[in-house]
Ligand binder design. Structure first.
Ligand code: HSE
Length: 447
């Protein structure tokens, strides 16, 4: 029989094994079971959940599993010849890597949602897949249910990408939205995110921007066919943003989002994560709460935006199962590597350096807490002027003679190197500011 240019008998049933039965694992199992008929009609073969492995085999996850599916037997799953695709949903950079490598060595294609692992050990995982002759799917690692990786790798593959800008962390977006709408301070908004079950018990990776950086590194790597070292990306979280900054942004017709921004330059890539001030009228500015969105600019297609839930059992399960289906189609036809995991053929990738952050040129929002007395503003403006930084606007937010008041300055386009040099001088001068200046970079191009 011939189909899709592949000759041979097609597998009638593709077996799936899931390692990790937490939030995403249960969402994945639920989608696989509930939509089994639809999945079979789309793939052409039945996609069967054969095994799930987890240390906890007693807690109720709200998914009715067929008898005998759930066990603690990882070796049994990896050695089961009826399991064609192994889904790693353990997370983290510990046991997960070994599970993926062992599964691939056993000849199984793998699916993972593990952005931390891919952003730090992706090259090793991709090389192992190449050696083993299996496929790797990781759509769920970025943007939860939003199919951004497949869009970059397939739907938009004809384009040279100009830029990517994304709201990639629902926890941070939820916190910033609550701060903006209700005037909450960061700590209170974080506590509410945790109470609502959005933020992790240890939310460090989210609020410090690292989760967003992992996702941006994966997207940029696929967009430009280069390994991206997340440690080389400038990464700043949202902890220093205050309700006052969000009010000041609104007065300027802007809002603040934690953005991952990547742009292709002549000889390098700009890739950075930080709180970013964007015009309130832009599409990304309207993405609120736990939602994620990515704005892609391609040389042929122009602007494309994807929007959706970036976390949660069912949305992430949707992305994991889409990978399972993609890989199942290959298993069915006895094919592999039809779409390279790295988006480019491995031997056609080339390392592109990340541009140093100091070379960034953009506009800046500076909030200075100053003593309300003559000469202070002149002192700050003088330091900025010495560094060649030109001010577009200055606004004192209150009048409290002799006491500390916020002064908000918007610069014209300036070099990060110069801004940092100016800040070192200003922050070191107790007669000018009562606390370190808050800096928020403004994104004007393609946010
Ligand atoms: N912790 C992430 C977020 C979801 O808050 O968006 C998983 O990537």
């Amino acid at each position: 029989m011939t189909e899709g240019g592949v000759t041979g008998s097609m597998k009638r049933e593709i077996g799936v094994g899931i390692v990790g039965f937490g939030t995403v694992g249960s969402g994945t199992a639920a989608v696989l079971l509930r939509n089994a008929d639809l999945i079979e009609r789309r793939v052409g073969s039945a996609v069967r959940l054969k095994r799930i492995v987890d240390l906890d085999v007693t807690s109720d996850r709200g998914v009715a599993l067929p008898g005998g599916v759930l066990s603690t037997d990882l070796r049994g799953l990896l050695g089961d010849a009826s399991v064609d695709i192994v889904v790693e949903l353990v997370g983290g950079c510990g046991a997960a890597k070994g599970i993926l490598l062992d599964a691939m060595a056993a000849g199984k294609s793998v699916v993972t949602a593990n952005k931390a692992l891919l952003a730090t050990h992706g090259e090793e995982v991709f090389a192992a897949a190449g050696r083993a002759g299996v496929d790797v799917g990781f759509e769920a690692s970025v943007g939860g249910g939003m199919p951004i990786l497949r869009a970059l790798t397939e739907g938009l593959a004809a384009n040279h990408y100009v830029s990517l800008a994304g709201i990639l962390n629902g926890t941070c977006n939820y916190i910033l939205t609550r701060m903006e709408r209700e005037g909450l301070e960061f700590g209170d908004a974080l506590a509410q995110a945790q109470a609502a079950g959005y933020a992790e018990a240890d939310p460090g990776c989210d609020i410090e921007g690292l989760d967003c950086a992992h996702k941006l590194a994966i997207m940029a790597g696929l967009a430009w066919g280069t390994p991206v070292d997340v440690k080389e990306m400038y990464t700043e979280g949202i902890q220093r943003v205050t309700a006052l900054d969000l009010r000041c942004a609104a007065e300027l017709g802007m809002t603040v989002k934690l953005l991952g921004v990547a742009k292709r330059g002549e000889t390098s890539i700009e890739a950075r994560v930080h709180p970013t001030m964007i015009d309130a009228g832009t599409p990304l500015a309207r993405v609120d709460g736990i939602y994620n969105a990515v704005h892609v600019v391609g040389d042929a297609v122009g602007d494309v935006m994807l929007y959706g839930q970036g976390a949660g059992a069912r949305p992430t399960g949707s992305a994991v199962v889409s990978d399972v289906m993609d890989l199942a189609r290959n298993v069915r036809l006895g094919a592999r590597g039809r779409v390279p995991a790295t988006s480019f053929q491995m031997d056609r990738r080339a390392a592109i350096p990340i541009r140093p952050m100091e070379d960034l040129v953009t506009r800046y929002y500076l909030r200075c807490m100053v003593r309300d007395r003559p000469g202070v503003l002149a002192g700050i403006a003088g330091v900025l002027g010495e560094q060649g930084i030109s001010l577009a606007s200055v606004r004192q937010q209150a009048r409290r003679e002799g006491r500390t008041v916020p002064v908000v300055m918007m610069t014209h386009r300036a070099a990060e190197r110069a801004v940092q040099a100016a800040l070192r001088s200003i922050n070191g001068a107790a007669e000018l500011v009562a606390e370190p200046v808050t800096v928020i970079r403004v994104e004007d191009e393609n946010p």
